[in-house]
Write a protein that binds this ligand. Structure first.
Ligand code: ADP
Ligand code: MG
Ligand code: ZN
Length: 644
């Protein structure tokens, strides 16, 4: 890309140079000194002038030979070899002069009187007069065709084929690097996907039994869970032609292009049938039409979507084209896309569980030289809630860290650091913080840690640090669940809020003044409190009702985020949220008062050592008498944790 750009600039520079230099080559300007009109008149009166020529608005004059300056050697006034418009005579240039003509009726009289030869020259050199615009025209034509070719040369197929689809075609025999082996921990998904592909390859088998081949399915899941990866693997393993493109490939600044690209895509696909068409990030075109028009509207995208819907309905059974979409925003998709006969199936990809994470770690550490102490199970246990992309990132970071210290193998400590880096951002060891602020940060973090440690239901504290990391974090406390959690009790949520408020509570107690450092904590705490009241129906006054904003479209098609509860209820919600926060804050302060000596001790230790690990914490604080082991029993396999 960069290379192309610099080529372009070189070309432009050459054209510009030619444009400026060529006229100079062809019409070298004679360097004739200019006289003022009265100087000229004076010379004329003195009889020094031999002849004058009137050329348009100038007079070119030649002095008599005896008045020219002495020049030992004859100098060519026009040294250019290209000077084909030669002067009639070669005159010592010092004898020449030029004057701009002034309306002077007595001039001719004077010229006659002095016996000067004079004539008017009509400049009828058509080429010379018109050179500049002819040249500009040529230049424009050349540049234009040049840019045109440039645009045509790209992989997009050029400006003339703007309406052609940009789909990339993978064939069976393409040597694709991604296989199903690279996709770990989502075996059920792979199974389901390959089953559908099997329909496609062998339609007779299913049609015989009266089954209809699904037209399309949608891969749905949070970012980084491997949707794109799965599609790439499928491209290699499906055994049929595979067209791949992204939703944004349809979007172009020209009106109508998106729709025509959809048409073109399906025409090509039908020719190659049976085949698969994969549209990644389909929400780029599939956004709900009504909602889009609320936000100012985008007819272009709407047309594209309409065309897509038309094409999906269009293909008949003997032209088998399977459409696969991927999105992490199924909620914004137009309901029409999800109707039976279109994307009839949704395949959900979730963040991997412990087993899944172990497998993903195995895939990504596969070709890393690992220390014997590394156990993918431990790594997976330390990364609850992480998606595949984050795990891939951790493995990469770990090998980079090991390389930085010139290690031959990657060790556990590298993984530990990589995990922390992914959670909290880059360490900024040499960020300067003044001692007073550092002290505040130390007490703040100790506050989080202590409250987190002593509350019965909060997640175990993993590490406390006052080394600044990432964007704006001056310190951090890592709390991590021991296992994957699918359900949370009200007590656990409240304890989470409490631990989040522990930072500010500690500042309040020790310094009797509070700082801005808690803003992110407050944000998170308030979010949880809001969910307790509105989503989970866990507050006293609004028990067991869900008050989430509904996103349903009404009959006019306006999908406003409508609030379907009264003003009074909304007041109660606010009160309940405030009550939860206030009570939690009091509870956090209570914990800290009770253990104020430990607060001092830990904070001082943190100031000295910057990092306190879990082991040290347990050593100083002792076993927690209140801790409730939420997983006293071996976890059983949970099939449908979110069942309502
Ligand atoms: P999505 O498209 O769902 O946002 P991607 O497929 O682009 O996520 O995943 C990004 C990267 O994360 C992949 O290239 C891969 O390295 C890693 N990854 C994600 N999920 C998995 C998985 N299930 N197994 C192995 N690697 C994965
Ligand atoms: Mg993706
Ligand atoms: Zn905090």
């Amino acid at each position: 890309m960069n290379k192309k750009k610099s080529y372009l600039w070189i070309n432009v520079a050459i054209f510009a140079a030619i444009f400026v230099l060529l006229p100079l080559l062809f019409f070298p300007q004679e360097r004739v000194p200019e006289l003022s009109y009265n100087q000229f008149k004076a010379e004329l009166k003195e009889g020094r002038v031999q002849e004058v020529k009137f050329i348009q608005d100038v007079i070119i004059g030649v002095r008599k030979a005896e008045f020219g300056e002495e020049t030992p050697q004859f100098q060519d006034a026009n040294p250019s070899p290209f000077n084909f418009m030669a002067q009639e005579e070669r005159i010592n240039p010092s004898r020449k002069f030029k004057v701009v003509l002034i309306n002077d009726p007595t001039l001719v009289e004077e010229l006659d009187k002095q016996n000067v030869e004079y004539k008017r020259v009509i400049n009828n050199n058509w080429f010379e007069n018109n050179f500049s615009w002819i040249f500009s025209l040529i230049l424009i034509v050349v540049l234009w065709s040049f840019f045109f070719k440039k645009m045509g040369g790209g992989s997009s197929g050029g400006i003339l084929s703007v309406g052609k689809s940009k789909a990339k075609l993978y064939n069976e025999n393409d040597n694709l690097k991604v296989t199903f082996k690279d996709v770990a921990g989502i075996d059920e998904v792979i199974e389901e996907v390959t089953e559908v592909v099997e329909f496609l390859r062998n339609p007779k088998k299913f049609q015989k039994l009266g089954g209809k081949i699904p037209k399309g399915f949608l891969l749905v899941g949070p970012p980084g869970t491997g949707k794109t990866l799965l599609a790439k693997a499928l491209a290699g393993e499906a055994g049929v032609p595979f067209f791949s493109l992204s939703g944004s490939d349809f979007v172009e600044m020209f009106v109508g292009v998106g729709a025509s690209r959809v048409r073109d895509l399906f025409n090509t696909a039908k020719e190659k049938s049976p085949c698969i068409v994969f549209i990644d990030e389909i929400d780029a075109i599939g956004r709900s039409r009504s909602r889009a028009s609320m936000q100012g509207g985008n007819d272009e995208r709407e047309n594209t979507l309409n065309q897509l819907l038309v094409e999906m309905d269009g293909f008949n059974t003997d032209k088998t084209v399977l459409l696969i979409g991927a999105t992490n925003r199924p909620d914004v998709l137009d309901p029409a896309l999800l109707r039976p006969g279109r994307f009839d199936r949704q395949v959900g990809l979730d963040r991997p569980d412990l087993q899944g994470r172990i497998k993903i770690f195995e895939v990504h550490t596969g070709n890393m030289p690992l220390d014997d102490s590394i156990d993918t199970k431990t790594l997976a246990a330390q990364t609850p809630g992480f998606a595949g992309a984050e795990i891939a990132n951790i493995c990469n970071e770990a090998s980079l860290l090991a390389a930085r210290y010139d290690k031959e193998i990657v060790e556990m400590i590298d993984f530990q650091n990589a995990i922390e880096r992914v959670i909290a951002g880059l360490e900024k060891k040499n960020k300067l913080i003044n001692p007073r602020e550092r002290k505040i940060v130390a007490y703040h973090e100790t506050g989080h840690a202590l409250v987190g440690y002593f509350l019965p239901f909060s997640d175990p504290v993993h590490k406390v640090s006052i080394i600044p990391r990432g964007m704006g974090a001056l310190g951090y406390t890592i709390q991590m669940p021991l296992e994957d959690r699918y359900l949370l009790s009200k007590e656990e949520l409240l304890d989470r809020i409490c631990a989040l408020l522990g930072g500010r509570a500690a500042e309040d107690i020790i310094f009797e003044s509070i700082s801005t450092g808690a803003s992110d904590d407050l944000n998170k705490a308030t979010d949880i409190a809001k969910s307790i009241v509105k989503v989970y129906g866990m507050s006293k006054k609004l028990e067991n009702i869900s008050l989430t904003e509904s996103q349903q479209n009404n009959f006019l098609g306006y999908g406003a985020a409508s609030r379907d509860y009264s003003e009074k209820t909304s007041q109660i919600i606010d009160e309940e949220i405030l009550k939860i926060i206030t009570e939690s804050y009091e509870r956090a302060k209570q914990v800290l008062y009770t253990h104020k000596d430990k607060l001092e001790e830990l904070a001082q230790k943190l100031l000295k050592e910057e990092i306190i690990e879990r082991d040290t914490l347990v050593e100083i604080l002792g076993p927690n008498p209140n801790k409730v082991d939420t997983f006293s029993e071996e976890p059983k396999e949970v099939k449908d944790a979110k069942a309502s």
